[in-house]
Design a protein around this ligand. Structure first.
Ligand code: KG4
Ligand code: ZN
Length: 334
């Protein structure tokens, strides 16, 4: 048959994920084995623990994906794998598994950038219409990416310090909430009122860059000062105020860039795309401009291999194959 079947592997952080994708958009299997429970008590991802879990899980998850898709390796056209960025020891497990599979079954190999993957999660929802802009907000990244065509990424803005998700996780930690804290802050924010006046880092007026560490420090200061004065601030109100500040800057810069670059679509990507406040505010703002907003379902926003398969499919179509020299690259740029 002429069907293109991509098996993709993602192990850049704390999820061991394998997906099988037919003809670029038809998802046949999407297995994600999360390690969150093992990292929770450390308040963050412990790299050594992550690597060890990936080693234990990877073949099981590959078999599970093949079983789910009712396929064998003979049915697979090519193997795609996240080559970076991420934790080197974690990435290595996926890269080595992919190379072993490609070698043993004589299949072409494709390396995928993790952020390209997050952006291409949108292709599983809707056909991409160029030029487009993607707001990538995850635990490790906050970027505005402009795309003229498939595989062409121009980062027009990025965080100068903490990523949005990182700020969420740090604020959550200050409130003694479990890791990862983003969803907890999101939940609390909806029960509270944005009564505190927290800073918004707009930076230079012509910049699409972001900064969240000042905001995070402001939250920690507010907590500290209240404690010293014996006052109490409701966690809900603090969460709501923090969330309002983050969302306002993200949405504002995204809308401004969408207009300036005259894009046809804006794609939301990354784990923080799960944020209800962000989704709502973006939807609200895009009602007024002539640009389509695409927000993937939650399962495609957080780390998964379906998105790596979607990006891998484009790379495969373009003939961008990797050799067996493919290596984990923790600092890979887009
Ligand atoms: O994309 P992702 O799964 O992993 C990375 O590549 O980083 O993103 C994880 C991040 C974490 O920081 C987590 O707290 C955040 O996404 N996150 C959220 C929400 N759900 C996940 N942040 C805010 N609100 C949420 N609902
Ligand atoms: Zn990610």
């Amino acid at each position: 048959t002429n069907n293109e079947i991509i098996l993709a592997i993602e192990t850049s952080c704390d999820e061991t994920a394998v997906a099988i994708l037919k003809n670029g958009t038809e998802l046949l299997a999407n297995i994600v084995a999360s390690q969150i429970e093992s990292h929770k008590r450390f308040g963050g991802v412990v790299p050594e623990i992550a690597s060890r879990h990936h080693v234990e899980a990877i073949t099981v998850v590959i078999d599970e994906a093949l079983e789910k898709a009712e396929m064998t390796m003979d049915d697979i056209t090519a193997i795609a794998v996240t080559e970076g960025p991420g934790l080197v020891g974690a990435l290595l497990v996926g890269v080595n598994a992919a190379k072993a599979l490609a070698f043993a079954h004589d299949k072409p190999l494709v390396g995928v950038h993790h952020i390209a993957g997050h952006i291409y999660a949108n292709r599983l929802v809707k056909e991409m219409n160029f030029p487009l802009l993607s707001l990538v907000v995850s635990g490790g990244h906050t970027e505005l990416v402009y795309m003229k065509e498939h595989g062409d990424f121009e980062v027009i803005g990025e965080t100068r310090d903490d990523a949005a998700g990182e700020a969420y996780d740090k604020v959550a930690r200050a409130l003694s909430l479990p890791y990862p804290g983003g969803p907890h802050i999101d939940r609390l924010a909806h029960e509270g009122k944005a009564t505190l006046n927290l800073p918004r880092a707009w930076l230079e007026s012509d910049s699409y860059d972001f900064s969240f560490s000042g905001l995070k420090s402001a939250v920690i200061n507010v907590l500290h000062n209240a404690k010293q004065r014996g006052e109490t601030i409701k966690d809900e109100d603090l969460a709501a105020s923090f969330q309002e500040s983050v969302v306002e800057v993200l949405v504002n810069k995204t809308v401004k860039a969408a207009k300036e670059y005259e894009v046809k679509q804006v794609l939301l990507a990354g784990g923080v795309a799960a944020n209800k406040g962000l989704r709502k505010q973006l939807e609200e703002s895009f009602k007024t401009i002539d640009c389509e907003l695409i927000i993937p379902p939650l399962s495609l926003c957080t780390d998964n291999a379906a998105m790596i398969a979607a990006a891998g499919s484009i790379a495969y179509q373009k003939g961008k194959f990797a050799t067996y020299e493919l290596n984990a690259n923790p600092g890979l740029s887009l």
